[in-house]
Write a protein of this length. Sequence first.
Length: 349
Amino acid sequence: MRPTAKFSISFGLVTIPVAAYNATDASASVSFVRIHTADGGRVRNQPVCSLEGTEVPADEIGRGYRTEDDAVVPLSDEDLDALPLPTAKTLTILAFVDGGDIDPLQMGKGYYLGADSPAAAKPYALLRDAMERHQRVGLGKIALHGRETLAMLRPVEGVLVMQVLLWPHQIRPMTGVLPEREVKVADNEVRAAETLMDSFGELSEEDVHDHYREALEEIVAAKLADREPEFETGEERPTGQVMDLMAALQDSVRAAKRARGEEAEEEGGEAGEAAPGRKAAAAPKKTAAARKTAPRKTAKSAQTAKGAKTAESGAGGKGQKAAAGKKTAGTGRKTAAAKQTAGRGRKAG
């Protein structure tokens, strides 16, 4: 990469010569050109003088400052170089603050800063390591391209990165953005929203992939080949106004879990069916419990059968005796009373 600017970082009495490299690539984003729809010809932006109405060559284009009464004052490069700016060639660090204190709305273009000479390597590494250990970012001022701006300095993977910041007065107020009337949200709705947030999981590389650019390139390739574009079919997202907020949140949680293959397991748990792994683990415990309680159940059954036999003898019901005898005889362990009752049943038959 070629540096876009060279200056020094002023860290107290320590001066660190650095070279700035663009950290972002604007050419990688999707861009369009303007065309004449009738014949496909390019429509270009040509610099035209408002007084003469003629095209102006690049070497005759300069800078001008427009005043409040709409007057334009020409400014040359010499005028800008004469500005009394200590930040013209130096990033002057003013303070070290917590990175969370920086308003994300102020974030602008980023630059990688590299040591510009062998002598700058050690103070460069010193500032980088100190900022990493102190867990602070540096705030300062720097003049870039004829304009002074705020800048944030922070270490990223062993490299010092400078982030251009907007001035606070460049952030517009939020007047008229919030709803006109106060909106109250119930606690259970907030909890449902938090559950939905947890169900999203980790961010994957596929999530931060530029699918729009690929789809656009497929359309261009299809037009050049005189064919229909081919796209992967994806799940269509529901649209429209949400009428039941809680139902929408719960459906969203289920959809997120279904996408990760978790819904089937949860549905089995809700229906009282454990997953195959859990079923196998639960079976030995249940068998052991059945074995432990089996002797008590047999004794209780025999005692009940004996009481039933006595009651049936007093009532003189021969048919009931036979039924009770057959039922008692069907148990795993026949008691003496059960055998006697079975014999009476056979005699009565």
